[in-house]
Design a protein around this ligand. Structure first.
Ligand SMILES: C[S@@+](CC[C@H](N)C(=O)[O-])C[C@H]1O[C@@H](n2cnc3c(N)ncnc32)[C@H](O)[C@@H]1O
Length: 285
């Protein structure tokens, strides 16, 4: 089986690196990663060692260097601020898109890159940047498939709808019967490798067997650490909390509770849901 050698760009704390390490099969490996933020790099180094990550501006990456890296895949989460629903939505006119554009422009001249995995916020799917990206990928010989998925689709108790793109060079994804709709929110797949894109049409055109397997089982099959219970019920928040932590230090002050208690979105250990927020001043106190 071909080994997938990953270059992780906009690496942050290494979310993709954890996902790669969680793969049951050892045929995928993060070879190198780039990140501009010094504190993120320090955290990444604590998690994955000092050799893999470079504190670099991705704008300085050249075609020659990308070829020299000896990788065949790029996994990346480019900055999402240009596309967030609560932001200014400057899209391609936001300078924070420059490094993303830069990487895409290298692709037609880097034949070694055969696979891409790109993640971004909900909102990216309707951006001009996505249109530009698809144009470049298609003209560079990539076939693509796009998803809008949340951890809750996999039984993980956190709502975080995100855009994902998979791209593969010169090789179509195997679909049953139809070409895919533009962005998938759910699909069923067949163990033969075929995918059925329609909840009702459950016969795989590849092997003619019935397929009714949800995306969560595809993850279960390929990773070693997803608990079976996740696939049926959403797990509880306590499975993700560190028991040894002194939670008193994070307690919300009484003053805030008295003032905002009735509008705060409070969760307990036993809850099966949570949501994300960023530092928007109305949301964090
Ligand atoms: C959406 S976050 C990535 C999150 C990451 N997937 C993780 O698991 O933490 C985008 C990251 O891109 C980094 N970044 C932004 N512009 C960059 C550039 N020009 N070169 C390198 N890194 C950059 C930011 O510092 C930030 O950590």
């Amino acid at each position: 089986m071909e080994t997938i050698k990953v270059l992780e760009l906009f690496a942050g704390l290494g979310g993709f690196h954890i996902a790669v390490n969680n793969q049951r099969d050892a045929n995928i490996q993060v070879i190198k990663s780039f990140e501009i933020n010094v504190n993120a790099v320090k955290t990444y180094q604590e998690n994955f060692g000092y050799d893999v990550i470079s504190n670099r501006n991705i704008l300085s990456l050249s075609t020659e260097e990308l070829i020299r890296q000896n990788v065949n895949a790029i996994f990346m989460s480019p900055p999402c601020q240009p596309f967030t629903r609560l932001g200014k939505k400057l899209d391609v006119n936001d300078d924070r898109c420059n490094a993303f554009h830069h990487v895409l422009k290298l692709l037609p001249r880097t034949p070694n890159i055969q696979y891409l995995l790109i993640e971004n916020v909900y909102g990216f799917e309707s951006s001009k940047m996505r249109e530009n990206m698809l144009e470049i990928l298609q003209s560079s010989g990539f076939y693509t498939i796009e998803f809008l998925l949340s951890p809750t689709d996999f039984g993980v108790p956190n709502s975080r709808l995100r855009y994902y793109l998979l791209a593969r060079k010169n090789k179509k994804f195997t679909f049953c019967k139809h070409d895919p709709p533009s962005i998938l929110k759910e699909f069923t797949y067949c163990t033969c490798g075929g995918i059925s894109l329609h909840d009702q049409s459950s016969i795989c055109s590849n092997c003619q067997r019935e397929v009714n397997t949800k995306i969560s089982s595809l993850v279960q099959q390929n990773t070693g650490n997803m608990k079976q219970s996740f696939l049926v019920n959403t797990s509880k928040l306590h499975s993700y909390l560190d028991e040894k932590t002194d939670i008193e230090q994070y307690a919300v002050p009484d003053k805030i509770l008295l003032r905002y208690g009735n509008i705060l979105d409070l969760r307990t250990f036993q809850d099966s849901s949570s949501c994300c927020f960023t530092k928007g001043k109305h949301f964090v106190n």
